[in-house]
Design a protein around this ligand. Structure first.
Ligand code: CO
Length: 505
């Protein structure tokens, strides 16, 4: 960045980022180290810093600086990077200004109360306790959509917060393709002789926690996560966070009898997120060029490592002998073939977060259909449990025993996050499409993976995805990387090939 007006803007953006960095570090610390009695005051400090950062961003001083940069943009004197920084910042600014501060305050208050109410309702498995809060939340989110503005569906306005430029109508058609494939495909899996012969507890062998930590760390280092710019710790819910361009934190959790389901596969997932963050250009820290593009693209980077690579046969041809050795003798009696099949055990289930890669998107599609209906006003909040249970029956053939295992299971709606769920499914879909493109462009990619060589693949992701920050829209980025618009066909083909082979039908 050379233009003096844009330089001034970047300086201001960076100042705001310092506050956000401090806040992110406190949030990480809260998840990893927080003593019980410190939580209350920590929330206050974090709330204060979040407000401070927001105030700096929407201040008159900032607006003046932004406007002089916009004037330069209009004169046409900016280079490409400068233009993107100004354009994206102007969009963000306009978006922030659209919400009246009373509205923001009401949301913040309601959502922190609603979270506690949701926790209680879930514990008691009683939707009626959460119903009044959720009704108000849906009202507010419909209002938010009005403030933001939209062309065809209010849901689009909310979707835009997580997946810029995505449209409900387009998602519907992507998801309908998947649903039409998935429902009968899952029935084929569960009807197969192989499925009947499998033992779902086969891989739950006791493993020393120190060894789990060491093996997970060694694996993600080999994937290319740079520990000179990052750490790995334990927390109740695995997550990845970026404190600064050169400081990235991964967390996972450990269970003695579930090294795969908890520690290792979660760590591979989170490292996929971390490698994305490490691939953002550090020289643009604080600006949109060093920010991630969307939740869907971020999730694609974790899923491509966790599922497409991390649950593939070539990957385990490399890793399995090392894995067996690390946990000797726990897995000595399990052949590579049996291990690979059981690692890809697929089954209809009630809970989204425990779902495998075949059934996962169906959980998301169910939520997308319901929340879109709520925001568009075609469904009523009081009908949710019944609608939820009917869809579970239709898509998975499962009876929902109670609200805790049904409509109350996810935290998202209690925080007003409508439009977030679809990004999980987009992540899977982008991952399959990106991997197909990488396979075409990297000769012998599977051979490399079989030899534990990930550098070229990681570099392909960096060049095609990571280094661009928010330069493009998600759709444009996918098109540039793969030569096609986002589609369901790669994901469907991927599942079809892999699972037909595993379940032998
Ligand atoms: Co993730």
């Amino acid at each position: 960045v050379k233009n003096p007006k844009v330089t001034k803007l970047v300086e201001k953006l960076r100042e705001i980022s310092y506050i956000d960095s401090a806040n992110t570090l406190m949030e990480w610390d809260m998840e990893v180290y927080m003593p019980k009695k410190g939580a209350e005051s920590r929330s206050q400090i974090m709330g204060y810093l979040a407000e401070l950062s927001h105030k700096m961003f929407v201040s008159f001083g900032f607006e003046r600086i932004l406007n002089s940069a916009i004037a330069e943009l209009k004169k046409g004197v900016l280079d490409e990077n400068e233009a993107i920084i100004v354009r994206r910042t102007a969009d963000d600014f306009e978006q922030e200004k659209k919400l009246p501060s009373e509205f923001v305050r009401e949301c913040a208050e309601l959502y922190s109360r609603a979270y506690t109410i949701w926790v209680d309702a879930k514990a008691k498995s009683d939707f009626s306790l959460f119903l009044p809060s959720l009704k108000r939340i849906v009202e507010l989110e419909r209002k938010r959509a009005e403030y933001f503005g939209y062309v065809s569906s209010p849901y689009d306005a909310l979707l835009d917060l997580y997946e810029p430029k995505a449209k409900a109508e387009e998602l519907s058609s992507l998801f309908d393709d998947q649903k039409a494939f998935l429902v009968p495909f899952i029935a084929k899996i569960t009807g197969s002789a192989r499925y009947a012969s499998m033992d779902r507890k086969l891989l739950n062998r006791p493993c020393d926690l120190r060894k789990q930590y060491r093996f997970s760390k060694r694996t993600v280092r080999q994937m290319g996560f740079n520990f000179e710019e990052g750490r790995m710790d334990a927390s109740p819910h695995p997550f990845t966070t970026m404190i600064h361009a050169n400081d990235h934190r991964l967390t996972t959790r450990y269970q003695r009898h579930d090294v795969l389901g908890q520690a290792l596969m979660s760590m591979i997932h989170e490292a996929g997120h971390g490698i994305y963050d490490q691939g953002l250009p550090p020289e643009h820290y604080g600006t949109p060029l060093s920010e991630f593009i969307s939740m869907g693209i971020h999730e694609s980077q974790s899923r491509i490592w966790e599922n497409v690579v991390g649950r593939s046969l070539p990957f385990w041809k490399y890793l399995y002998p090392r894995f067996q050795k690390a946990f000797r003798p726990a897995f000595d009696d399990i052949s590579l073939d049996a291990f690979y099949c059981h690692l890809n055990y697929a089954q209809p289930s009630l809970i989204r977060v425990d779902a495998d890669e075949v059934t996962y998107n169906l959980h998301v599609i169910l939520r997308f259909e319901l929340e879109r209906g709520l925001i568009e006003g075609t469904l009523k909040v009081e009908d949710l449990p019944e609608l939820w249970n009917a869809k579970m029956k239709e898509y998975f053939g499962l009876e929902v025993p109670n609200d805790a295992h049904g409509v109350l299971q996810d935290v998202h709606w209690s925080g007003g996050s409508f439009g977030y769920f679809p990004t999980y499914a987009l992540g899977n879909l982008y991952a399959a499409q990106l991997f197909d493109a990488a396979k075409k462009q990297i000769p012998g990619l599977f051979k490399q993976i079989e030899n534990g060589q990930f550098a070229e693949f990681k570099e392909w992701l960096r060049i095609n995805i990571h280094q661009h920050g928010r330069r493009y829209s998600p759709q444009e980025l996918i098109w540039r990387a793969t030569g096609e618009s986002p589609s369901s066909s790669h994901f469907i083909d991927y599942l079809k090939t892999k699972y037909t082979e595993i379940y032998e039908f």
